[in-house]
Structure formats: structure tokens, C-alpha cells
Ligand binder design. Structure first.
Ligand code: SF4
Length: 208
């Protein structure tokens, strides 16, 4: 069967960004989950600085659940929205400790029930943490997919559904990282570099 446009795009991006993958530092799925929750509106570098401090002393749901929100806020205060994130991380740690024996559940439906965990985060944990199909849509994936005409979507969850319908499940996790890499390096929000873009021949440039 011949490849569809989405797969051709992924092939080109794979050539351009062979190293595409998460930049977050973690050593367990729980640490990944916390790092992903911390990463909203923060750079991966900021998150890594904070998690290095946090996980050095507290790396299990039970240990983090035992901290007060104020103690957590103090440790993570360099990331954006740290007050909300501290509340969410404490609450999700409590839920994991009480309901899941300290383990992160490996289903999308259970992950999105955890405090502070939206569809994007759950997809990333599925793909990166468990090696299961997951395609998280952040601002880069949403913008680049729309510009490329892969979707015509207002909301990230619509982009997610559109991409999942076109991309084989085995490529979902990698697609997330490739589209982010391209959004950061070339198809930037304010100034897309169409003249030097390897996808230019395939792209309708739906730039709004
Ligand atoms: S051609 Fe331009 S709009 Fe299309 S993917 Fe490349 S940088 Fe983005």
C-alpha cells in the first residue's frame, strides 16, 4: 500500500531529525509523569533543573504525597504556574499511592483521570513511558499539522484525532517528537522558514 501524505512527511522529518525524542530527564515512569506535568508553559531545560532537585530527594508517589504543597512549591518555583503544578503533583501522587499502590497506570483512560494530566500529557506518558501508542498534541504539533494541511482543526484534540486517523499506531510516539522538532527548528510560530524547509514541496502553507 502506498504511503499517505502524513507518512511521507514523517519519513522526511525522520531524515531531518534522527535524534528527535524527549529532552526531559527521568528514570521511572512516575518521574516522567511529574516532569510532563511540570512542562506546561515551561522549557524542558527549566523542568530538568527543577526535577534534578526534586527527584534527588523525593522520587516516589509516597514521598511526594508526604510533602506539603508549600514545600513542593519551594522546590519547583522556577517553572511557570508552579503553584497550580504543586497542587496537582501532590494530588496525583496521593492518588497513585492510595489507589494504584504507587504505580502509574498504563491506560490512557486512567492517566487522564489523574490531577493535572490532560490528553497531551497522557499520550506522552503512554508513548515515552510505556512504549504504547500515544500521540500528544502540544502547540507545535497543532500549528505544524495545520500548516501542512494534515488537519484543519481549531482545537488540539481535533488535531490529535485527525493525526491518529492518518498515521499508523506504531509511528504515533515518534510523530509527536518529529513535529515538535520541526516546529522548534523551522516551522516556528512567528517566522516559519519555508525557504529552507524540507517539507516545502508537500506543504500548502496554511499559515494564519
Ligand atoms: S513549508 Fe513553511 S509552513 Fe510548511 S512546514 Fe515548512 S516551514 Fe512550515
Amino acid at each position: 500500500m502506498s504511503k499517505n501524505k502524513a507518512e511521507k512527511i514523517l519519513d522526511i522529518l525522520q531524515e531531518a531529525y534522527p535524534e528527535a525524542g524527549t529532552r526531559l530527564h527521568f528514570s521511572t515512569v512516575f518521574e516522567l509523569l511529574v516532569a510532563v506535568v511540570l512542562s506546561a508553559q515551561s522549557t524542558d531545560e527549566q523542568v530538568n533543573l527543577v526535577t534534578e532537585k526534586l527527584f534527588h530527594r523525593y522520587s516516589t508517589p509516597q514521598q511526594i504525597a508526604a510533602l506539603s504543597v508549600e514545600e513542593l512549591e519551594k522546590i519547583i518555583k522556577e517553572v511557570g504556574l508552579f503553584r497550580n503544578k504543586a497542587r496537582h503533583i501532590k494530588a496525583l501522587s496521593e492518588m497513585l499511592a492510595e489507589k494504584y499502590h504507587g504505580q502509574v497506570p498504563a491506560t490512557f483512560e486512567e492517566l487522564v483521570k489523574l490531577p493535572g494530566v490532560g490528553r497531551k500529557s497522557a499520550n506522552v506518558v503512554m508513548a515515552v513511558g510505556f512504549g504504547l501508542p500515544g500521540l500528544g498534541v502540544d502547540t507545535h504539533v497543532h500549528r505544524v499539522s495545520n500548516r501542512l494541511g494534515l488537519v484543519d482543526a481549531k482545537q488540539p484534540h481535533q488535531t490529535e484525532a485527525g493525526l491518529k486517523a492518518q498515521i499508523p499506531r506504531r509511528r504515533w510516539g515518534k510523530a509527536h517528537h518529529l513535529l515538535i522538532s520541526h516546529g522548534r527548528a523551522v516551522c516556528k510560530a512567528r517566522s516559519p522558514q519555508c525557504n529552507s524547509c524540507p517539507l516545502e514541496p508537500l506543504c500548502p502553507k496554511n499559515i494564519k
